[in-house]
Design a protein around this ligand. Structure first.
Ligand SMILES: [Zn+2]
Length: 490
């Protein structure tokens, strides 16, 4: 998010506002049809189902980390109806659509637990600057002038395109104009928690905290139960951009509506010292003391929990989202992820906004999460490949309260899964498929992406986002942002 006006409070915002315009992408012609043009193939008769996805390996990410060699996943009405050996699935079912194995690895779709999707439009607009220069000369001017419903629509479409391409199937978003975000998610086919952002100052879609809560409740009412893939939630920004009364009011509103909360939590040394000065105690302890964790809370970052606060996170079942790239790029610090996992805290992974990352690549988050923790602890045995893959799938699903629906491949779960191509030379040879998924794979290796049983990308072709139009619109908007900033900073 970008709007807090206190200088130090901007640190997390950096993550959000960042970059747009240095070299706007040139229009290309990678056309894709609009969502409405994609129709589900007709089901065959008999034991006909919607979709069968084959894989040389099926990495289920169930509790026992079962991996099935030459397997398949059978899907009907958005749900996994069978999983097992390919020949057995083929003998039992006939599907309207089939994704063949061909050197493909099947695993659950990745779960990005913290994003500000529309900030893709500010990708690379300004990096590596002293904080206040960056904010005052680039971010704030761009935000004040350009963040409106249209900006959010184009930026979120761009993000959905990137996430589908990179194998992310669920994301937890915090930005302005949540109705627009939800509409884009509805059309692109991803699964998302969409936050009504609450911040104690004027923002692009509200006059202040009270106004954001009121508008947030109306947004939640419009979207609750409307589409099973979209969960409207509240996203209070942080405890330095909202006071105690405003935080309590947001928690009450969330509980009244029966929705979770996503919030920046113990992200920076600034936040912790602000908390001590203003609330008399460290950040997590303060939130606990006002009953803020009475209801599902998704805490982004959690870089600076004290030793005493880690058990609070476990006990209150706070879902912690680790954002290693953003924490490194804006020098927030190193989150004690291994210690939190050991204490039973539910920990997932996220990218944060594209201003502090600068992409939405969950594969990179997995790799950096592992490496950062190993070097921090000077112990290569912490955060193994399977532990990190769990954080990006089933562990992330548990952290955001969706562990019984997505994050693992098992009968009865929603069919959110991906095929990763092992064609590239960097997968040769393959001794351990889980090692390759964490230490080798990139966004570009994802071949197909399926959410709720619907194929959103097939062999690299994006089916639900009009990519040519989005590329054109993003480039045009970036050009206007760059022009305005150049003029301003001349
Ligand atoms: Zn953030």
């Amino acid at each position: 998010m970008t709007t807090p006006r206190h200088p130090s409070s901007m640190v997390p915002l950096l993550a959000v506002f960042g970059l747009a315009a240095c070299s706007p992408p040139s229009p290309q012609t990678d056309a894709g049809p609009s969502a409405r043009e994609v129709e589900a193939p007709a089901k065959p008769d008999g034991n006909g189902i919607d979709l069968i996805v084959h894989g040389d390996y099926i990495v289920t990410m169930d509790d026992r980390l079962t991996v099935i060699r030459n397997g398949a996943v059978a899907i009907d009405d958005g749900i996994i109806v069978a999983i097992g050996a390919s020949d057995e699935i083929d003998a039992e079912y006939s599907a309207a659509e089939v994704l063949p194995a061909d050197n493909r690895i099947v695993l659950p779709g990745l779960i990005n637990g913290h994003s500000h999707a529309a900030m893709t439009l500010l990708r690379g607009v300004a990096d590596d600057l002293e904080l206040m220069t960056w904010l005052n000369d680039y971010i704030f001017p761009a935000e004040v002038e350009f963040v409106d419903a249209e900006f959010v629509r184009i930026g979120t479409e761009l993000a959905c395109w990137e996430m589908i391409r990179g194998g992310t199937t669920t994301f937890v978003d915090m930005y302005y104009h949540p109705d627009v975000i939800a509409e884009v998610v509805e059309s692109c086919g991803l699964r998302a928690y969409v936050s009504a952002t609450v911040i104690g100052q004027r923002s692009p879609d509200a006059e202040g905290a009270q106004d954001s809560v009121t508008k947030g409740l109306a947004f939640i009412e419009r979207w609750q139960g409307r589409n099973s893939r979209i969960t409207p939630i509240f996203g209070p920004h942080a405890n330095y951009t909202l006071n105690e009364e405003q935080l309590r009011a947001t928690r009450d509103a969330a509980n009244e509506a029966g929705v979770p909360i996503s919030i920046h939590l113990s992200e920076s040394p600034y936040e912790v010292s602000y908390s001590k000065e203003n609330y008399g105690t460290t950040s997590i302890d303060f939130f606990d003391s006002i009953g803020f964790f009475d209801g599902l809370t998704i805490g982004a970052h959690v870089v600076w929990p004290t030793e005493e606060e880690i058990p609070i996170l476990a006990e209150r079942k706070v879902g912690v989202i680790h954002n290693p790239t953003s924490n490194m790029k804006i020098a927030s610090g190193i989150s004690p992820v291994a210690a939190m996992l050991q204490a039973g805290v539910r920990v997932g992974l996220g990218t944060d906004g594209a201003a502090s990352n600068n992409d939405l690549d969950m594969w990179e988050e997995m790799r950096l999460a592992a490496f950062l923790q190993k070097v921090d602890r000077m112990d290569p045995t912490v955060l193994s490949a399977s532990t990190v893959l769990r954080m990006a799938t089933s562990g992330g699903a548990e952290a955001i309260g969706l562990g019984d629906r997505v994050g693992a491949l098992a009968v009865g779960m929603r069919a959110d899964l991906i095929q990763v191509s092992f064609d590239d030379v960097h997968f040769v040879p393959t001794y351990d498929v889980m090692s390759h998924l964490v230490y080798v794979a990139d966004e570009q290796d994802v071949a197909s992406t399926v959410v709720d049983g619907k194929v959103l990308m097939r062999e690299g072709e994006i089916l639900t986002v009009d990519t040519a139009r989005v590329r054109r619109e993003a480039a045009a908007l970036a050009g206007r942002i760059q022009g305005a900033l150049t003029e301003r900073n001349r």
